[in-house]
Design a protein around this ligand. Structure first.
Ligand SMILES: C[S@@+](CC[C@H](N)C(=O)[O-])C[C@H]1O[C@@H](n2cnc3c(N)ncnc32)[C@H](O)[C@@H]1O
Length: 389
């Protein structure tokens, strides 16, 4: 049996996600209607459709590094009035995903439709679930922080067509379980992983993040290099479905653990902030990769990279979230000088919100990749540092 799935990612990371899915043997395509963020369909980018078996749905949640959430499509039908909405929604196979009485959270968006009020749409959908399961569901709000998450149901009305999807992931997939503490302006783990994949790092050459903050990039680099499945220590929504195949999941986990590599190439993270370095170290320990990373308290001007060439992938402060722009020109200019001197021939990928700041490094970058970080438009600037003649 094949399911119609939708993997959500940060806008801009679709290419990285497509390659990850291909590595799992899953062929993905861009959706016809662009969708976004963690709640499925909207008129922005940020996801890919693919078809897969139930086992592949488990594998995708376990292994995808750049995805934020995976949804399974339950139904798609015309509905321009509440009665039709309720009766068509009641015909769907809810019992495959919901045990009677399981709390649900309904996330509804309406776009260019006669049914335009999201709360009013949620009511007949909840009613339909009750019609089908013989018991009204307890409808609750969605709170990512909650220890007991309800089953998330995503309802999208566009041009009088209703799409109902069931979340397969539960908490967003960037919640790997290791990052209990953060320093300033942390990257989401799936964005960090997507940036790494996008940087072209070969997971065999040295890796350096001289602005490591809470350590997200070096930790994701170590997980990638050691082929540690990002989802191996967490729960997923599909585990609460009535037909969850626990032995199959156990077998997938065992396979994933057996495929882990014992070693990683040299991975370095440094930051001038002592607290950040302490946090990064603790996060790496929880992620099980502390042995693979050397964290140090260092200002960027003092870095001493290992013999390369390797990859510098980093997220320096860029003003909007950390410090005012006027303080930053010198930092970027110094960063360029330091990297040219210390890392000849290395690849550099820099996440930054400003062409001007990136320009201050005087590194020759290719066309940057636009991304969104915490709601801020940023770009990933990549290039190769010159080697002395
Ligand atoms: C945007 S944050 C990095 C966040 C990190 N990627 C994460 O996921 O937690 C930028 C970091 O640069 C550090 N920083 C600022 N100026 C620095 C300098 N001159 N040398 C080294 N680190 C510096 C800050 O302490 C901060 O942790």
């Amino acid at each position: 049996m094949s399911y119609s799935l939708y993997a959500v990612t940060a806008p801009g990371l679709e290419g990285a996600l497509m390659r990850e899915l291909a590595e799992l043997g899953l062929e993905a395509r861009a959706p016809r209607a662009r969708r976004s963020a963690d709640d499925g369909p909207r008129d922005e980018s940020g996801g890919l459709e693919f078809s897969a078996s139930m086992v592949d749905l488990y594998r995708a949640n376990l292994h995808l590094r750049s995805a934020a959430r995976i949804l399974v499509r339950l139904g798609h039908f015309e509905a321009d009035n509440f009665e039709t909405l309720r009766s068509r929604a009641a015909a769907l196979n809810w019992s495959f995903y919901l045990a009677p009485g399981r709390p649900v959270a309904l996330r509804v968006t309406c776009h260019k439709s006669r049914l335009y009020h999201s709360d009013a749409v949620a009511e007949p959908v909840a009613g339909a679930i009750g019609d089908r399961l013989g018991r009204q569901p307890i409808v609750v709000g969605w709170d990512e922080q909650s220890a007991e998450l309800p089953q998330l149901v995503v309802v999208r009305l566009a041009n009088d067509r209703c799409t109902i999807s069931i979340d397969t992931s539960g908490a967003l997939l960037h919640r790997r379980g290791y990052r209990l503490q953060t320093a300033k302006a942390p990257l989401r783990e799936n964005l960090a992983a997507g940036i790494l994949l996008q940087s072209g790092w070969d997971a065999a050459s040295p890796f350096l993040d001289p602005f490591c903050g809470s350590g997200t990039l070096p930790i994701e680099a170590a997980l990638l290099a050691r082929r540690i499945a990002p989802g191996k220590n967490r729960r997923f929504a599909f585990m609460d479905w009535p037909h969850f195949d626990a032995p199959q999941w156990k077998a997938l986990l065992a396979q994933a653990v057996a495929a882990e590599l014992p070693e990683a190439p040299p991975i370095f993270g440094s930051d001038r902030d002592e607290g950040a370095v302490r946090i990064a170290q603790a996060n790496a320990e929880r992620a099980g990769v502390a042995g693979a990373i050397r964290f140090e308290r260092l200002a960027v001007s003092s870095i001493q990279p290992p013999a390369g060439p390797g990859w510098v992938v980093t997220n320096p402060p860029y003003g909007v979230r950390v410090s005012p722009v006027k303080d930053l020109r010198d930092l970027y200019s110094r960063l360029g000088d330091v990297l040219r001197a210390a890392c000849p021939g290395w690849h550099v990928s820099l996440l930054c919100s400003s062409d001007l700041l990136a320009g201050h490094t005087r590194i020759r970058f290719e066309a940057p990749l636009p991304l969104i970080n915490g709601g801020i438009a940023v770009k990933l600037y990549s290039g190769i540092l010159p080697t002395p003649a």
